[in-house]
Ligand binder design. Structure first.
Ligand code: NBP
Length: 478
């Protein structure tokens, strides 16, 4: 075979990824279950580079130079297993299968182990940036063995996006499922970012009384500062858009029920398993599910709320500035939680993930790309063992200056009856972390009361139980 890489699964993602490889000078074998898609790709884009179309699995494998590198870009779940089982028997020791789909990291761990026993490298790889990213440069999060990354890495560097400093947005995240785990948390953070932006919009609309066009302008201004990011940029575009049919702001003709494909939910499920508080991501997932409960919402529409208090122009403009502060502070908290989850996953599965390099490869090519990520990279690069992003001096001091406005915004939202679960959860997390004493002491005492679950004391070593049903004397339980 002559192809340096092969791509099987030529829907939007696979097709664009194959073109990206070809445009970068690689000979690319292409294959799809339905062969018409393979032919269409070569017909339409054959002049962009060197493609070797293959109609059968045997032909596809034969087209690849050894060690073979084949990328699977099919629907995640059972199709991925089906495709692996189709190709693995045709491969030889040392060949590499790259799964670029949105697999659950636990599936990736299972597949990696199975294929490793058969002498095949399996590289579960998170690929972000949607179809545009796949074509022009995604952010790439590969897992799998370090050995496979040695030959694969340079190829991925070619097709990856480039951060503002020119470095490609790809790095080996760690063994087996590390890449898909990081991609999962990326998507969870994406949910949180989107929710926070949505809350900012809601407040500017309902409390400040801004029109969508005015909010678009506000977001454009924010996008020139520390909130500079892809999501803020596209939000301004969406809000400035007018529906052609009705002449209304586009955002007003879209049904207000948000859907989800599942990576946000996975992030929260895994966070629960790992015991990591990712309240911002969880609130974002719940906000989408709440929006989808049309019947429940219809049944609740008449519930009493506060009387809205309109703001003067001056007050509105001041409030908008405060919302920017609240959004930024909450964003710091979301990323703090997301990075905590990656650290916890890394500890639980022995991945040794470098958090600085995670931030580095999210700087371009993915949905959460933002100037902010370069700051996170810098924080982890100067302090590898940073216990939390909030322990970084600069972030801590920024939150310090934002906090009064952040508190005002959350209080105003409560007074005016605008739901801000993301802003509020972020603030509660912040206040809980910085608290000297938490009421968890009371929780623990209650647990001891009804379930004899024992407690530790602040002044002595050991576990204790109080005889609540008896004379209330204390016994040591060690
Ligand atoms: P889809 O997720 O829609 O999958 C379609 C592809 O899977 C087609 O090539 C189809 O072949 C193939 N396929 C299926 Br379905 N079942 C198969 C089977 N049993 N055997 C062989 N092939 C099978 O494509 P996509 O939207 O391009 O996404 C590809 C992967 O990338 C997914 O895992 C997705 O989660 C992930 N991803 C997508 C995006 C995005 O923005 N779309 C972003 C990041 C990651 P056929 O043509 O013969 O039906």
């Amino acid at each position: 075979g002559t192809a340096q890489i092969g791509v099987t699964g030529l829907a939007v993602m696979g097709r664009n990824l194959a073109r990206n490889f070809a445009r970068n000078g690689f000979t690319v074998a292409v294959h799809n279950r339905t062969a018409a898609k393979t032919r269409a790709l070569v017909e339409e884009f054959g002049d962009e580079g060197t493609f070797v179309p293959a109609e059968s699995a045997e032909e596809f494998v034969a087209a690849l130079e050894r060690p073979r590198r084949l990328v699977i870009m099919v629907k995640a779940g059972d199709p991925t297993d089906a495709v692996i089982e189709e190709f693995a028997p045709l491969l030889e020791e040392g060949d590499v299968i790259i799964d670029g789909g949105n697999a659950h990291f636990a599936d990736t761990r299972r597949r990696e182990k199975d294929l490793r026993e058969r002498g095949i490298h399996f590289v579960g790889t998170g690929i972000s940036g949607g179809e545009e990213g796949a074509l022009h440069g995604p952010s790439i999060m590969p897992g799998g063995s370090a050995e496979s990354y040695a030959t694969l890495g340079p190829m991925l560097e070619k097709i990856a996006a480039k951060a503002p400093d020119g470095t490609p947005t790809v790095a080996h995240m760690g063994p087996d499922g590390a890449g898909h785990f990081v991609k999962m948390v990326h998507n969870g953070i994406e949910y949180a970012d989107m929710q926070l932006i949505a809350e900012a919009y809601h407040l500017l609309r309902s409390v400040a009384g801004y029109s969508p066009a005015q909010i678009a302008e506000t977001f454009r201004t924010w996008n020139t500062g520390r909130l500079d990011s892809y999501l803020i940029e596209i939000t301004a575009e969406v809000l400035a858009h007018t529906d052609a049919d009705t002449g209304k702001p586009f955002v007003d003709v879209v049904t207000d029920q948000a859907e989800q494909k599942g990576t946000g939910r996975w992030t929260v499920q895994i966070a629960l398993d790992l015991g990591v508080p990712v309240s911002g991501i969880a609130e974002a997932v719940f906000a989408r599910s709440l929006s989808g409960h049309a019947d429940l919402r219809a049944a609740s529409r008449g519930l009493p709320g506060p009387t809205p208090r309109p703001l003067s122009d001056e007050e509105a403009s001041r409030f908008a500035d405060q919302v920017e502060q609240a959004l930024y502070a909450s964003k710091i908290v979301s990323y703090t939680q997301g990075f905590h989850q990656i650290q916890a996953g890394s500890d639980a599965y022995d991945w040794n993930i470098d958090l600085g390099s995670v931030a580095a490869i999210w700087r371009a090519g993915c949905i959460i790309r933002a100037a902010f990520l370069d700051r996170i990279r810098a924080a982890y690069d100067t302090q590898r063992d940073l216990p939390s992003l909030l322990s970084d001096k600069e972030f801590a001091s920024e939150i310090g200056s934002a906090q009064d406005d952040w508190r005002d915004v959350v209080a105003t939202a409560a007074h005016q009856g605008v739901p801000t679960p993301g802003f509020s959860a972020a603030l509660a997390y912040y206040d809980a972390l910085r608290a000297d004493r938490l009421p968890a002491a009371l929780t623990q005492a209650q647990r001891d009361f009804f379930g004899a679950h024992t407690y530790r004391r602040v002044d002595r070593e050991g576990s204790f139980h109080t005889l609540w049903g008896g004379d209330r004397s204390e016994v040591g339980t060690d």
